[in-house]
Design a protein around this ligand. Sequence first.
Ligand SMILES: Cc1cc2nc3c(=O)[nH]c(=O)nc-3n(C[C@H](O)[C@H](O)[C@H](O)COP(=O)(O)OP(=O)(O)OC[C@H]3O[C@@H](n4cnc5c(N)ncnc54)[C@H](O)[C@@H]3O)c2cc1C
Length: 344
Amino acid sequence: MGHMTICGAGIFGLSIAWEALRRGTSVTVIDPNGVGAGASGGVVGALQPHTPEPWNDKKQFQFDSLAMAPTFWDAVEATSGISSGYAQAGRLQPLPTERAVDLARVRQPAAAARWADQGDWEIIERPEGGWCPPSATGLYVRDTLSAILNPRRACESLAAAIRARGGRIVASGRLEGPVVWATGWQGLLDLSRQVGKPVGNGVKGQAALLQHNAAGQPQIYAEGLHIIPHIDGTVAIGSTSERAFDDPTTTDAQLDELIGKAGDLVPVLHGARVLHRWAGVRPRAQSRAPLLGPWPDRPGHFIANGGFKIGFGMAPGCAEVLCDLILEDKDRIPGDFHTRELMG
Ligand SMILES: Cc1cc2nc3c(=O)[nH]c(=O)nc-3n(C[C@H](O)[C@H](O)[C@H](O)COP(=O)(O)OP(=O)(O)OC[C@H]3O[C@@H](n4cnc5c(N)ncnc54)[C@H](O)[C@@H]3O)c2cc1C
């Protein structure tokens, strides 16, 4: 039984640790800030597919990873006894223009072909009830592939499952065996310094958690806003996207604006009590895709980074291909994601 060290206890580091344990490798996760201290400790948790047309390798990888999620989170929850908040309750998106309707009509058969029995994509009229934003055409796309989880709880659940299987999660320690650097946006800045060119940075996001029970309803994506009905009877609203920021963790009037907009779109949310205001910094690689593979010129060291806006959806797939590479010497990392791109 080999040993692996993982630096970073966000969703990427924890998922890799879990996958390595599943394959019989012992693990130590090191994070001076604790579990879910970075971008992964948030409140939103949308697991959404990209549009099914046009298709590319990144979308295929994301689709495969989303398809792995039910089994992945079932196993984590069964081991930890802690809910991750995972639910495949679908998504509702208004179609605000005739052009959007035409595009949706093209995407419908594409989804049927690409998604097969994992989920449907259909054009519907306004569903009954108050859980629905307006649509100028009166039409919506409803898909059943989209899912949700509670990011902070999902990290707690993974951490407890890792410990239950004998893995260690510590604030500091020795680097033994292969070392995976899953160190979020700070890691992308470190790597940029090491390779002497920018490979990525951080993009701040603010989000809020509201007191409103819409459990079981589909998540809503409208006018760039995610509205996520968590299974615990809260609703998350997200997110801002800020390339320039002074403080990674503060929230401000931009978040008030999002909360107001959520109430305008879905009036049942108007005036809902704000339980939590949260901000974090997403790790964005230059390619906007995940960045996975050997650390250039540092034998035995590996990178797992760049989850950007979809890190939770991508994590099971990223963990699988990185463990394939490290533990079985099988390189299945898609070309666009590969750290060898950094050497060019
Ligand atoms: C507002 C907001 C909303 C979002 N919404 C969604 C969403 O709906 N769906 C989705 O899929 N994704 C979403 N994301 C993106 C998602 O949160 C990120 O892609 C994901 O959390 C990145 O995980 P990570 O493990 O790579 O990084 P992080 O969670 O940032 O973890 C990195 C960890 O590394 C640690 N670290 C740093 N340096 C070192 C070091 N030298 N040694 C050891 N440890 C170190 C840090 O303490 C940190 O805990 C959102 C992000 C934000 C900010």
